[in-house]
Ligand binder design. Structure first.
Ligand SMILES: [Zn+2]
Length: 116
């Protein structure tokens, strides 16, 4: 009785351990995919920046100023894009849902960001 209960608990523990291993490998694979996508995006940004800089003579200082300007939109210089809070209608300043093409209060078209 004691032995079979111990064996059952051991096998159940092994199952949990095996399941944890599968979950960990899956999470590791997803992290690798996210890292690969981030590297690809960084490469694309660098390509776009060097082209823009060469073709339009935009300076690194102008780029840094723009990055800081975007960073400060939420009042915090923290290296993050502000995505907190609901969107607000540019006309009536009421909260709006991005999924609708127009403000449900005043009918103004919802301005969409190309980066969302
Ligand atoms: Zn509105």
């Amino acid at each position: 009785m004691y032995t079979s209960a111990f064996r059952y608990a051991y096998q159940a523990g092994a199952g949990v351990s095996q399941s944890s291993g599968v979950t960990a490998r899956k999470a590791e694979r997803q992290a690798d995919q996210v890292e690969a996508r981030c590297e690809r995006l960084a490469m694309l940004c660098e390509a776009m920046w060097t082209l823009m800089s060469e073709k339009l003579s935009v300076t690194d200082e102008e780029l840094i100023d723009r990055i800081n300007e975007i960073d400060l939109r939420d009042g915090k210089l923290d290296g993050r894009v502000a995505r907190d809070g609901p969107m607000v209608c540019h006309k009536c300043e009421r909260p709006i849902a991005e999924r609708f093409p127009k403000c449900m209060y005043c009918g103004a078209p919802v301005a969409r960001s190309p980066f969302v």
